[in-house]
Design a protein around this ligand. Sequence first.
Ligand code: SIN
Length: 281
Amino acid sequence: MDDGTLHIHRIGASAGAEITGVDLSNDLSNDQFAVIHQALLDHHVLCFPDQELSPEDQIAFARRWGDLAIHPNLTGMNDFPEIIAVERKPGDSGHLGSEWHNDTTSLEKPPMGTMMYSKIVPQVGGDTLFANQYDAYDALSNGMKDMLDGLSAVHGDGRVAGPRAALNERRTNKTDESDAWRETINTHPVVRTHPETGRKALYVNIAYTLRFENMTTEESQPLLNFLYEHSHRPEFTYRHRWSENMLVLWDNRALVHLALNDCPTSHRLMERIQIKGDRPF
Ligand code: SIN
């Protein structure tokens, strides 16, 4: 239904709502923004189909949520350093974000949310998968929850940037792989409390988490492997199919996500903005 009235329609069991009846190229009233803000907290991924948005429009909407983050390892678009063109060209065998992750958890204050606007979408493939980390935490046994509640984990960006990452040959999106690059490392709780909902969410991910604090990599790996597998059990996931001119906003504090690496002959182009977050607690 799109009668010009803001309408929220749930599209996934574990996460995901579609919002129609709003034109994001116009200034939103405070009341409209409050409804959309609450929808993000309730549904974790919001999808706005059929939006005609310039880079300036995207930046204006993103700024309603907070200050914008400049990516530490990827270069933004000319004139718009806050926007990363996430691009896959025919022949690429790799793709940005193709492992389960919350965005840039190597930072002391990782982005609270990410906005992505679709410009070119493959005929088939190129979906984005999301997994609800409140549900992942809630499904653990009480014994496991008690143990994890007291743990922190060390996160770094050496798998996604720097010379060891060796990703640039396979993909259009180039990360900083120079010898001068230095890994950013920060420690976060393994279970974070969402600063707005107060709910607990699992907060480790295969792309950035290195080990538990005060433990070796070898000691950490078996339990981390269990948590990575557990974090994207099918019942926690929502699979997002894109169409062109769709804006999607997700909450990195409540979800992990990945870009499916399944469209090697297609062109896919998205414009992505990240919104600054708080230090996880
Ligand atoms: C990302 O991980 O931020 C990119 C997701 C996608 O391209 O679907």
